[in-house]
Design a protein around this ligand. Structure first.
Ligand SMILES: Cc1cc2nc3c(=O)[nH]c(=O)nc-3n(C[C@H](O)[C@H](O)[C@H](O)COP(=O)(O)O)c2cc1C
Length: 211
């Protein structure tokens, strides 16, 4: 059962996630974009796994910067994970923000009409409608500029690529389907999620579902 207090959803502890016996080359070679999903819901354990492997915090340095399961230029980690969960066990449908230090999900107050506008921004891609979860990565461009200066976009997109690849590999390890989604109407998506598209910008997205 999910443990949902007010707007906070606790996820299964990363320490308790069962490890997988993996053939590494097979994992790399079998990874593929999968765009068709069943109607079976994602479990909270699978969700926890995906979030741990894509953004999990292993250590907090004295500077306050975090070391995570993915690399990030200057360990800045300027990306925030938003999720649209439409088919996760015991979890109400809607938008959530992952808080990586606490390893919890915070429910976001996005009206159903705006949530539908956000999904529509993915231009009728059937996999988006079918998926159990959409991952959206929002970049904090201002903190990126302060740290990276003119290389802000290069580094932010490289960070997003590392996260995206870990999502693909984790999905493969769990027997789930994943597909990156770069085709979306940026302006419509930002408007639906009340992001300005300049200081806060969605730089990458992916679908996840059971196959
Ligand atoms: C940045 C990026 C954006 C992508 N956007 C989409 C997309 O919008 N729709 C889609 O069906 N596939 C998308 N893909 C998946 C690619 O089409 C897929 O990776 C490519 O066809 C190679 O297939 P493979 O991933 O199975 O090796 C995207 C992949 C990447 C890396």
């Amino acid at each position: 059962m999910s443990e949902m207090n007010a707007a906070i959803l606790r996820l299964p502890e990363p320490d308790l996630l069962p490890d997988k016996e993996i053939n590494f080359l097979e994992l790399i070679e079998l990874r593929a974009s999968r765009r068709q999903y069943t109607t079976e819901p994602l479990s909270l354990q699978e969700l926890s796994y995906l979030l741990w492997c894509t953004q999990g915090v292993k250590m907090i340095a004295e500077s306050g910067r975090t070391l995570r399961n993915v690399p990030s230029a200057a360990a800045l980690h300027p990306l925030t994970t938003l999720l649209y969960l439409s088919n996760a066990e015991d979890v109400p449908r809607g938008f959530y923000q992952f808080l990586p230090v606490e390893h919890v999900l915070k429910k976001l107050d996005v009206a159903e009409e705006l949530a539908q506008d956000a999904l529509a921004a993915f231009e009728q891609q059937a996999m988006v409608q079918q998926s159990a979860a959409m991952f959206l990565w929002v970049a904090d461009i201002l903190s990126g500029i302060r740290t990276y200066g003119r290389k802000v976009y290069e580094y932010i997109y490289l960070d997003a690529g590392h996260i995206g690849q870990n999502l693909y590999l984790t999905a493969q390890a769990l027997g789930l389907g994943a597909c990156a989604v770069g085709r979306f109407d940026e302006a419509a998506l930002h408007q639906a999620l009340t992001l300005d598209g300049e200081e806060k910008k969605i730089v990458h997205a992916a679908c996840i579902g059971k196959i």
